[in-house]
Ligand binder design. Structure first.
Ligand code: NAP
Length: 246
């Protein structure tokens, strides 16, 4: 029987690295994306080359109907949903408070927080031992920004990740009674394309990180896959900093 891991925003960066690491660990992988179908299909092809099933599924995680359709497509593929990685996330151009707009705040919260909630809701329905499920694991991508606050850069993005941490802790306690482990990962500064949207050069902060370099997507994927697996069977509501000491 297929054991699917659904990774939101799996077409590049941390999500793509997680997709490949999940395939190596023996899971089938559903790769969600928002815009770039070719990139998502390229990750799916690499998963298949590792001997696992793969799906690439378009959906804006901020849109309730699209999230419902995403999970319905996964249902149609058959098998069991074993895990969800809420990885899709956005930043916005670096700015101080006075230059920000409500539209920007709403989009950040819609994708990073409402998107995470919508996917948790759909996944829990399928994993819950109180319903049709056999249990499972959810990993939410936060950021070290949740603790630092990102003053002068994107306090709004940092606040979305603070919200993700809080709902990770709450959902962990709520859903563990139904066999679902919820945990979080807080990356530091990782070499991905996300930084192009902030207009910041991530290399400019490398020297301020105790380990003296940026992280690689594969180094975050390793933590995510551990939290998804049986090796983390007693780990519930943990938020793991993977940030080179930052
Ligand atoms: P990335 O390289 O920018 O990739 C983002 C992924 O999310 C892409 O696959 C993108 O798909 C997808 N996506 C964006 N908006 C979406 C939406 N509304 N619905 C569905 N998918 C959407 O990002 P990353 O750097 O790998 O970051 C992944 C996660 O880690 C994010 O939650 C981010 O906040 C967090 N994080 C990253 C860093 C870092 O330094 N990179 C640090 C801390 C935390 P398309 O390309 O098709 O749009």
């Amino acid at each position: 029987m297929s054991n699917w891991i659904l990774i939101t925003g799996g077409s590049r960066g941390i999500g793509a690295a997680t997709a490949l690491r999940c395939a190596q660990a023996g899971w089938d992988v559903a790769i969600n994306y928002a815009r770039d179908a070719a990139a998502a299909e390229a990750v799916a092809a690499k998963v298949r080359a590792l001997g696992r099933q793969a799906l690439s599924l378009r959906a804006d995680v901020a849109d309730e109907a699209q999230v419902q359709a995403l999970f319905s497509q996964l249902d149609a593929a058959g098998g069991r949903l074993a895990g969800l990685v809420n990885n899709a996330g956005i930043v916005a151009p670096a700015a101080r408070l006075e230059a920000m707009t409500p539209a920007r705040w709403r989009r950040l919260f819609d994708v990073n927080v409402v998107g995470t909630l919508l996917c948790c809701q759909q996944a829990a329905q399928r994993m819950s031992t109180a319903r049709i499920g056999q249990g499972g694991a959810i990993v939410n991508l936060s950021s070290r920004a949740a603790e630092f606050g990102s003053a002068g850069i994107y306090v709004d993005y940092a606040a979305t990740k603070g919200a993700v941490d809080t709902l990770t802790k709450g959902l962990a306690r709520e859903l563990i009674t139904e066999g679902i482990r919820v945990n979080g990962v807080r990356p530091g500064v990782i070499e991905t394309e996300i930084h192009a949207d902030s207009g910041l050069d991530p290399q400019s902060v490398a020297a301020t990180i105790p380990i003296q370099r940026l992280g690689r997507p594969e180094e975050i994927a390793e933590a995510i896959v551990w939290l998804l697996g049986d090796g983390a069977s007693y780990t519930v509501g943990a938020i793991l900093d993977v940030a080179g000491g930052r």
